[in-house]
Ligand binder design. Structure first.
Ligand code: F6P
Length: 523
């Protein structure tokens, strides 16, 4: 255990004698000292149980972890994802001033630019109705089929930027292998005006391929003509062979590369639904916002670096104050899918039990993440947040200026946003009626975006991505693989292969459940 780690344990013992509220009472400059502005995002981390010594020591811990060296290797395209032998370069997709980025000695920026040009041309054609369905009708409905990182990011962004949607287009996302999902499309939409985007890095993911085949059959059954596929299907993938085998012309494929991790892929062609809905210029604004956060993360000193401070307060809460979870609460209906996106990007990245050297970790790693839009969650799990026995830190997010015409709504939203943070921190004692007591001392961060634009959204999402990187470095884990999803897939495959003759090696509960279901359902 490093010296900084031990010192932080001592700091925790001392600081825990106080409450966050007492720290505010003692330190008049606290808000000023523990907040910062990065372009259009204001970040307040003063409502954590920290003081300046805590931050200084967390910064030392970061330094000891070799953070600067790792950050350089990350941005330089070194293969820091060792188990997959891959670079981690989603940042190369969003450089405001493209410059050479080498992967295996090859500059990847011309390929990035070429795919973006192809996306721009395609989006223009669909949006100005030059691109037509097989029967000559323009496209009015886009269906994005993908799962995990190939769905959550695009779906969050499309929802968040609904203000900018093309009024002639609607879109849906289909991810679940449960056919109640795709049936929403096949029952209610017209294949002649529907365009399917098949989004899969591997083009082998069972859920996506099964939904894609069902959609393909739906279109073929309608037209009875295999040529119809080319007007209604495009692929977003790294796997050209599998795309061709599925029957999509490589001309209709938007490529990306193995150095873009699935959960970091919304910035690549996987995000094609975004420029289709909001236009390519605005998609470029989203990329620019993320690129600006990349520049900030790469160059700002650690003590004024937003993703660094977000990561370090998370480490403090997870490893020293021992909070096993944290909650993310956007006070903005448009960002209601942010917690879902963050669950994948954070928990799939940092939910790990072995170090980069394959040894068991000797500290807690990524927390459990939950969340939902405020004020709604105030009427669901916030009772637990205020009076439950498992105190949980939170990130509160709001836009200073809304994009609707109801200022009175916004005023009230802002007061709830502030009051909840305050109530979680201050609590209140009621000796006469203990059920009305609130323990308080529950930490939170706050993000205030000037307003929700493609640019600020790009900044916010990139800040979270880099926070995950910071924490992975301190925990000494590989944040960029996801072997934890494999075992369940293999077992499902085995059960699929033996549906009619299940292996006796299965436990009696698995066999019993299967038999119970088979008693009520036959294929
Ligand atoms: O859940 C595992 C995972 O591999 C994610 O990392 C990925 O985003 C998702 O599945 C989908 O993978 P693909 O894009 O290859 O279909």
């Amino acid at each position: 255990m490093s010296e900084s780690w031990k010192t932080l344990e001592n700091i925790k013992d001392n600081l825990s004698k106080k409450t966050i509220k007492q720290l505010f009472d003692d330190q008049p400059d606290r808000f000023y000292n523990f907040s910062l502005q990065v372009e259009n995002i204001f970040f307040d981390y003063s409502k954590n149980l920290i003081d300046q010594e805590t931050i200084n020591m967390l910064l030392s811990l970061l330094k000891e972890s070799g953070f600067e060296n790792w950050r350089n290797r990350y941005f330089m395209g070194e293969k820091i994802n060792k188990t997959d032998n891959r670079a981690v370069l989603h940042t190369a997709l969003r450089q405001s001033k493209p410059h050479p980025v080498l992967v295996d000695g090859k500059d990847v920026s011309p390929d990035v630019a070429a795919v973006k040009d192809k996306m721009r041309r395609f989006c223009k054609n669909v949006r100005d109705k030059t691109w037509r369905g097989h029967s000559g009708k323009p496209i009015s409905h886009i269906v994005h089929i993908g799962i995990g990182g190939s769905q959550l990011g695009p779906s969050l962004v499309v929802d968040a930027l609904a203000t900018y949607h093309d009024p002639d287009l609607t879109c849906d996302f289909v991810s679940n292998i449960d056919a109640h999902d795709i049936e929403r499309i096949t029952k209610h939409y017209n294949p002649e005006t529907t365009l399917f985007l098949i989004a899969s890095k591997s083009f082998t993911t069972q859920e996506t391929m099964m939904n894609a085949h069902t959609a393909r059959k739906w279109v073929l059954d309608h037209y009875g003509d295999p040529d119809s596929i080319s007007s209604h299907f495009v692929a977003l993938s790294t796997n050209e062979a599998a795309v061709s085998e599925f029957g999509i012309d490589p001309e209709n494929m938007f490529e990306f590369w193995d150095w873009v991790g699935g959960r970091y892929s919304l910035w690549s062609s996987i995000g094609l639904v975004i420029p289709l809905m909001i236009g390519m210029d605005r998609f470029e604004d989203l990329l620019d916002g993320a690129g600006a956060m990349d520049d900030h993360f790469r160059t700002a000193p650690p003590e004024t670096n937003l993703p660094v401070l977000l990561g370090l307060t998370g480490i403090w809460n997870r490893n020293f104050l021992n909070y096993p979870a944290y909650t993310v609460v956007p006070y903005d209906q448009r960002l209601s899918k942010l917690p879902l996106w963050l669950q994948q990007v954070d928990m799939e990245s940092n939910g790990k039990t072995v170090t980069r050297d394959g040894m068991p970790v000797d500290m807690q790693t990524g927390p459990m993440i939950m969340g939902g839009a405020g004020t709604d969650v105030q009427h669901s799990y916030f009772q637990w947040m205020h009076q439950g026995t498992a105190p949980t830190p939170s990130d509160f997010i709001i836009c200073a200026a809304p994009d609707h015409d109801y200022p009175e709504h916004h005023k009230k939203l802002v007061t709830h946003f502030l009051a909840q943070q305050q109530a979680l921190m201050e609590g209140i004692e009621n000796k006469a009626e203990p059920h009305r007591s609130f323990p308080g001392n529950r930490p939170s961060n706050a993000f205030i975006l000037d307003r929700l634009t493609p640019y600020t959204l790009g900044q916010l999402l990139a800040a979270y991505e880099h926070k995950i990187f910071v924490q992975g470095i301190i925990w000494n884990i590989n944040s960029f693989d996801q072997y934890g999803v494999e075992l369940g897939k293999t077992m499902a495959k085995d059960l699929q292969d033996h549906w009619d003759d299940p292996q006796e090696t299965n436990d009696s509960s698995t066999l019993g459940q299967l038999n119970h279901i088979k008693g009520n359902f036959s294929v």
